[in-house]
Write a protein that binds this ligand. Sequence first.
Ligand SMILES: Nc1ncnc2c1ncn2[C@@H]1O[C@H](COP(=O)(O)OP(=O)(O)OP(=O)(O)O)[C@@H](O)[C@H]1O
Ligand SMILES: [Mg+2]
Length: 244
Amino acid sequence: MALIEVKNVQTVFGSKVVHNGLNLHINEGEIYGLLGPSGCGKTTLLREMVMLQEFHGGSIEVLGKKIESISERDAQELRQRWGVLFQFGALFSSLTIAENIALPLKEYTKLSKDMIETIVKFKIKLVGLQYSDAHLYPSEISGGMKKKAGLARALAMDPKLLFLDEPTSGLDPISAREFDRLILQLRDMLGLTIVMVSHDLQSIYDTLDRVAIIDNKKIAYEGTLDEVTSVKSDFIQTFFKEHA
Ligand SMILES: Nc1ncnc2c1ncn2[C@@H]1O[C@H](COP(=O)(O)OP(=O)(O)OP(=O)(O)O)[C@@H](O)[C@H]1O
Ligand SMILES: [Mg+2]
């Protein structure tokens, strides 16, 4: 079953066309990669899927709702069913790890303080952080810990869908592989569907079930990684050369 269906999407910034007729579909339970050269519109597409960015033609359906024509009520409900880890961290620097993770629970639910604390504790453990570090501020923790804290916050509301933008960028190889294993475990354990932007080749091969490659404003390839090298695209040939 497709949880996300993108049909003929057009995106324009001023006179710059970023997407010109994008089509893709993301199935329930898969880890799906959005790949392509820098500036091709991966983050923009992700932001469109989570209703943070308008698009100018076509249709995006997420969890059965067409977001170009969604009601405010449905939009509010939908926002609680996904989690997002953005490309550039986006933890609030004035809040501790625990306060960051508690934020969506405070915003969207009427749960008691005790209940929220219990959930925050659980999410911190889930991503492999220590609860003894929960009182630290983002400036007091490492890059890898920030990614995990961001992930814990994205998982706060028990989402069905998880969006990750370059989750391993800026991490050393060991932390990056650890993050990959965590993603795989969480998908299996929590039954998540994950949409991930990445240019980390190891991570792409270790975690993704299927990919979409954006090139020249369109999808140059959608499918498994097995056949990707047979596709005629300079980006694909260069990017995947060492693994061909
Ligand atoms: N709000 C905006 N206003 C104007 N132009 C924008 C805006 N957001 C994105 N763009 C442009 O759209 C294009 C795609 O940007 P986007 O951030 O989606 O690329 P990307 O594929 O995520 O790149 P990277 O791999 O470097 O993160 C870029 O040319 C960018 O300058
Ligand atoms: Mg980006």
